[in-house]
Design a binder for this molecule. Structure first.
Ligand code: ADP
Length: 395
């Protein structure tokens, strides 16, 4: 082997070992490969993990057939055979094709792409009108097939590792949730049990004011308990997509005004400023969307106590944007993308009661309206929750 070939192989190797399975990486590899290995079209197929069907992940027309479609239908059949046999295959054009019909004079070379010992797909090259693949070319192409396998294998490992990480985090969240929820259930139950036992004591006569005070506590704690149970059930229904939404024409300024009025009635000292542009009606579930806004209010009251709240409603292009701004302690950058996950609570959030379900429920409701919700925050200066809803969100 001459030094030129060696440095060529080294170049291929370097690209394959540094890349991932993105289109861009495969592209780089194929471009480098073509310096010594001539072909007109190439296509890479991988088996879909669930359906087992071959899916095209990369196709390119580079050579004489550049004007011909780089669609991958030409190689699909052949790729299927390579996968089935699990080995390098060559196919010459059918003898009955006229020598002038170059585009049908397809010389195919197919190489299996493996993950460990399993064949996961195939890379197929075509030369229109030849020349036939010589042994030397086949050796280079085989090596390229191995390198590409390596590239995909590494990407699959990285994906698996990510899945494991996600699973681990989800399990940790579930564990935290069980301990939170048992605490959350026990606290109101303890109050209810304690105060009703006191009221029923045969040796004590409570005056009317004390009776009322105890009953009020029982009443409030029962509400807290049912809200908690409702939240847990609702998040389960939302996750299994069995929560029905009633879509109808809806004016969001009206919904926001109603919710704000209700909150102001309950929290007389709360400073809420609204700037609600008149926006077109959307198709939405008013009860569910009101629930989202109430949740944001409840969170602001819990996590940004004493802060004023600004609510903006604007139309931006064909979307409606709602900004819900508090000036509380804010949220650390690393927690921002996680707060919408089921059961997630910011670590150290032990003194404030909660289940980590509120924002998850909000996100599910907004997504059911084909919208987006996210948070932005400058720690120490406050948090802004943003909701984007398409004006034409009819289903
Ligand atoms: P919960 O309030 O039950 O913990 P949520 O899903 O409503 O659950 O909120 C998730 C987490 O996001 C909270 O634990 C809290 O730490 C954080 N958070 C939510 N809203 C705010 C806010 N306005 N300011 C600061 N932190 C917030």
């Amino acid at each position: 082997m001459d030094s030129q070939t060696l440095s060529y192989l080294q170049e291929l190797m370097l690209i394959a070992s540094r890349s991932d399975d993105s289109r861009n990486s495969i592209e780089k590899f194929i471009v480098a490969l073509r310096k010594k290995f001539v072909f007109d079209n190439v296509a890479v197929y991988l088996q879909d993990k669930t359906t087992q069907n071959l899916e095209i992940v990369y196709a390119r027309a580079v050579g004489r057939s550049k004007t011909a479609e780089a669609d991958a239908a030409w190689g699909e059949d052949f790729a299927g055979q390579v996968v089935k046999k699990g080995q390098l295959l060559l196919r010459d054009p059918k003898p009955d094709v006229s020598p002038d019909d170059r585009l049908h004079q397809a010389y195919l070379l197919g190489l299996p792409i493996r993950e460990g010992t399993l064949v996961r797909g195939a890379m197929v090259f075509v030369r229109f009108g030849g020349p036939v693949y010589e042994d030397q070319h086949i050796a280079v192409a085989s090596l390229a097939g191995e390198m590409l396998s390596m590239l995909f294998e590494r990407a699959a490992w990285a994906e698996l590792q990510q899945e494991l990480e996600d699973l681990k985090r989800q399990m940790q969240l579930q564990e935290d949730f069980v301990s939170t929820i048992s605490h959350e259930l026990r606290t109101p139950l303890g109050f209810i049990k304690g105060y009703s036992t006191s009221l029923l004591r045969p040796d004590t006569n409570w005056d009317e004011a004390t009776q009322k005070e105890f009953l009020t506590i029982i009443d409030e704690e029962t509400d807290r308990l049912s809200l908690l149970i409702e939240n847990v059930l609702e998040s389960a229904r939302l996750q299994s997509k069995t929560l029905p939404l009633r879509f109808q024409p809806l004016r969001l300024d009206g919904v926001l005004r109603d919710v704000t009025m209700r909150i102001r009635a309950r929290h007389k000292d709360l400073d809420v400023n609204t700037q609600l542009e008149s926006v077109p009606a959307i198709s939405g579930d008013g009860v569910r969307l009101a629930q989202v806004f109430e949740n944001l209010f409840t969170n602001a009251l819990k996590y940004a106590p004493g802060s004023s709240i600004d609510i903006l409603l604007n139309q931006v292009g064909d979307k409606i944007v709602i900004s819900f701004i508090d000036h509380g302690p804010g949220i650390q950058k690393e927690s921002l993308p996680l707060i919408f996950e089921r059961f997630y609570r910011v670590r150290g959030e032990k003194t404030i009661t909660g289940t980590g379900l509120g924002l998850y429920i909000c996100k599910q409701i907004i997504q059911a309206h084909r919208g987006k919700i996210w948070a932005e925050s400058t720690p120490g200066h406050g948090t802004t929750f943003l909701i984007e809803l398409p004006i034409n969100s009819s289903r």
